[in-house]
Write a protein that binds this ligand. Sequence first.
Ligand code: MTE
Ligand code: QUE
Ligand code: MOS
Length: 752
Amino acid sequence: MKDYDVLLHVKGESEFTADRAAGMEMLHIAILTSTSAHAKISAINFDDARKIPGVAGIFTEKDIPGNNEIGNIIADEPLLAKNEVHHVGQPIAIIVAESRDLAKKAANSIRVVYEELPPIFTPREAHAKGSFIAPPRTFSLGDIEGAWKNCDCIVEGSVEIGGQEHLYLETQNAFATPKEGGGVKVYSSSQSPTAVQKTTAGILGLPMHQVEVDVLRLGGGFGGKEDQATPYAAMAALAAMILKKPVQIVLKREEDLCITGKRHPYSSDYKIGLKKDGTILAYDVKFFQNSGASADLSTAILERTLLHTTGSYFIPNVRSYAACCRTNLVPNTAYRGFGGPQAMLVLESAIWKAAEKLGINPVVLQKKNLSKKGDEFPYGMKNLSDNAIKCFEQADKKYDIADIMENANKWNESHPSKKKGVAVMPLCFGISFTSTFLNQASSLVHVYNDGSVGVTTGAIEMGQGVNAKIRTVISRVFSIDISRIKSESTNTTRNANTSPTAASSGADLNGNATRIACEDILSRLKAFVADQLETSPEQVEIKNEKVLCGGKETKWNWTSLVNDVYFSRIGLSSLAHYATPKIFFDKKIEKGDAFAYHTFGTAIAEVNLDCLRGTYEVESMKIIHDAGQSIHSVIDRGQIEGAVLQGIGWLTMEELVYGKTGKLLTKDLSSYKIPDIYFSPKEISIEFLESDEPNAGALNSKAIGEPPFMYGLAVYFALQNAIKAFRPKINTIFDTPLTPEKVLLSLFNDHQ
Ligand code: MTE
Ligand code: QUE
Ligand code: MOS
């Protein structure tokens, strides 16, 4: 589908933040970061660095005119360290120079003397020592203690889950220019311009109106630029304000890998109880989140973990305990799925072990326990739909799950050193920010008097196609050609108090706000025609740019109508606001209708494992996905494919390794591997669940960004099944990622 952004991308003409600064004369920043995971700073010597010609300034926390604070939810993170450092890579000072290389050279010449303190790296250790970001939380349903006596099968175990690097193509960067009257304009590669504006204003001691933030598009964010783009924007703004010159900061890939947060690793313990017939009766789980050294978004992420405790299933007796454990690693942050994938992985592992004990295929348990309409989630909300079951049934009908599994078994019998594995992953993901206040958006639509249209919303385009979706909304509501519509950059002077583009709700919230803005303008256009023709506005309709009255053509088309309306001095712009109706959550009792709706789906994965080498390939991913009434099926397909690949990467080859002193060892792309095109599933087939239901997304669509990430779990369990086909008595350990090295060790080590 030809679209404005796509054309710019293929021609190499689309601009990213650093391109917008190209050719401008400006200063450059390098950051002095901590080499210690936990220490007091006893001395720093800047003398040599200051002497280097071309160094324009060196700034520490002492130079911050406002509040040295970037913690958004909990104020616990300094922009520049004061007396202590809490993780390797923590910013201590910024060095501003005529070039990036010079700034870096100056940074390297600075000596920091540390007085080492004992570090904590694992969440279990932090938990044992009571090192928390915030008090732990527990969600419960039914009677967990009373339920065990009714169970025929009880399984206990633990799951260790690794983190994940975002690896957006465009590294963190920003540039800032001073403005008249002491203000600053910041160009940032951020998913959250309002957070950049607010935090920068706080750092500089300015009101928010003195800080303008502009974002054109991102070369990927995936959650990594939701909170963690902010410090770089604030650093550039600080230097620009003090030096009164434009200042740029661009992280090199290695710096970005070392100093930015990642998906949270989790350690978890579970106990699951079932009846003989496979009904899950009870589930007791403890999540220990490795939050890193400060809060960032960890508490919100933990909340989403709690909310996804039971995944796609109904379980009548549940206790889910979760703790944000403070460690001396880089603060971890949002990443596609936002704590949901970790919860689902633990539950699917428990189900897998229970199935093993009962001697049946996990898919039998999965199917039997799927949540249906009216079933209660542990947070008190009722499931509003039967789509979990519908997706599963559509997948089974189309692909015949039993048949796929039987074929794999047959194949395995005749292949002694290669094994196929098959697994199914049902999906149920809640849509809405769980912090209710964030579920709002605004859209500013201008109809210019030549009939062309400009739109700005709070949404950030980061490759997910939100702008194309918003243009589609305008094109449908006005019934005009999409080529008439242009998306402008996201700018805090046009849309204020915007929520981050996150929680998969960018298109939902901003699409709905845009619909309301268009309906507002449309009603003025219709009133004008009705007035001229002495009829009622209900008689008037715009269809494919023709203006109809009572179903008959009039003298107007879109452009002539817009022109006449303008000459009649009627406004052709609208600024609309949207807030998701009905949702609420009461943290005191941990209950509420936290989500506008859930997104559902089912994936079937087939893998092929080479049991002599430990290497594997994904043969196929077969997916039935509930996208509601998709606004843009090409984009939605792309979102599913991308998310699936990230999900597979997280659980298979993407491994973060830290040294004993808390330094990241996998700090380049030769040691941190992500799936490439050769590792992609040989076949990905995607079918959408037929839907004519009303949905809360724009034009009855459903959110697409994060949910399909969780289909990657199917590959993980398919691999476990393949390993088990080779070594039926293996004591399966859940410790992700399941790299080829780990597969090989598990095949030849004796776990029995
Ligand atoms: N797709 C691309 N190409 N690039 C991205 O950075 N981010 C994902 C998802 N898809 C992302 C992406 C994440 S984490 C979210 S929350 C959603 O897009 C945000 O966009 P939406 O709310 O408009 O779906
Ligand atoms: C999903 C999300 C977010 C979330 C909750 C979700 C998110 C986010 C916040 C959040 C919460 C409280 C704050 C704040 C942000 O919550 O992205 O600034 O004070 O930023 O379920 O994606
Ligand atoms: Mo997405 S992790 O909510 O930016």
